[in-house]
Design a binder for this molecule. Sequence first.
Ligand code: FAD
Length: 480
Amino acid sequence: MTTDAPTIVWFNNTLRLADHPALTKAVATGPVVPVFVLDDQHAGTWKMGAASRWWLYHSLRSLGADLKKRGVDLILRRGDTVAVLTELATEIGAQAVNFTRDYEPGSGERESALKDALAEQGVACRRFKGRLLVEPEDIRTKTGAIYKVYTPFWRSLSSSIDIGPGSDEPGQIASCADEIESDDLDTWALCPTRPNWAEDWSNSWTPGERGARDRLDDFLDDGLKGYDTERDRPDHAGTSRLSPHLHFGEISPQAIWRATTVRNGGVASLDADRETFLKELVWREFSAHLLFHFDHLPNSAFKENFNAFPWKNDDAALEAWQKGKTGYPIVDAGMRELYATGWMHNRVRMITASFLIKHLLVPWQQGEAWFWDTLVDADLASNSASWQWVAGSGADASPYFRIFNPITQGQKFDPEGDYVRKWVPEIAKLPNKVLHAPFEADARTLDTAGVTLGKTYPLPIVDHSAARARALAAYEKIKG
Ligand code: FAD
């Protein structure tokens, strides 16, 4: 049934037009008013970080342009979401508010409050799926328990998944007759200015739905073959880099699943590369499910004994890590890649996180907070679950006693040293043999490469073997 009263589509976490059931339904019903609300208060401690704000700015610009082409303006408002949406509904005489379900802590309560406030005005409130492959309520172990281990979660999800055909972007969208006030995106100050550390980011990222689709196509054409082994190589472009697009909902996980399995003449197949890639996608899903069921995940340890771990609050060590000046090249390369591009390769995320937690004994929450501020793909569920995975305190975590050796990790995953040479140019002239451990080079080698340890490149801030022994001794105190 169509109506003249408009439907508000609240674009909260789904900044796209295709595969967007909340939008599809609204378009079929009558005029549509698309809205984005910047609500920093709701996010509390986990207010969107600086790098994500840069992404949001560009993603909203892209979404606004896509909507405009179809005949409607994206309305931007700032403040408490429930208050903003209910006021807007009254202002324009809306008949309904449609939105995509969110799973982060506090979202369910906010959605209920919105529903109640709208009901008082006689406005319908409709919640749709669109962010996850499977709803948290729809996946349980045989005994009805919540999955806390990844592999059975993957088995259950992959054997029962039902991916529908999806929906295309709508054509023309009917607009509302009223003139509706909107903030000017530029007044939200989402992008950095002094200094503008994101100046070059548009060269490596194209936020928005088109950028997401192009990224997926490029990856399926050129990156998927060999992904099973290449994904661990930070010196190669072996992963999809879809994470920020997924986080902002510029592409659905269903669209990725469909495109990955059904390709080359529409034949569904799942070879090793495809399966490994989909398994990674399901780590995102697993993290979201964990956070949905255990909302303390970003703040305190899943395994409670880790809350009593003898951490060291060491500001100097934290700063050396953040700035990529630890004296361990693979760690420094990763931290510099993060700051320069807003992204870091997964293997290096694991190495740098392990170094902070285990070599420096800094609480994992401090690394989590830095990633939160600096990653364009910062995602409350994936970030907290991954930090806890590395710390050993998570649901299905790497055992604490498995301590990454930053030298051998570098040698194994960046064997030619291309990654380190790119991000740590001051040691680029060192030969491969000592590139991942400059402190093991003799004086002549250092001299020939123009490296003066402690001056042009830092001496290691901790000794690997001593730090390893210290970490294991600290772990003994909470092992139980
Ligand atoms: P691909 O290898 O192409 O994988 C495809 C997709 O699968 C990714 O885009 C991502 O959505 C998902 N994915 C892959 N690996 C993981 C994983 N281990 N956990 C959850 N999802 C995964 N990922 C985020 O999206 N946001 C974060 O804030 C985040 N923080 C992390 C912090 C630490 C300490 C670590 C070790 C990992 C973190 N990850 C995070 C997971 C992972 O590093 C990134 O998802 C991945 O590097 C993104 O690159 P990609 O898109 O090229 O991945």
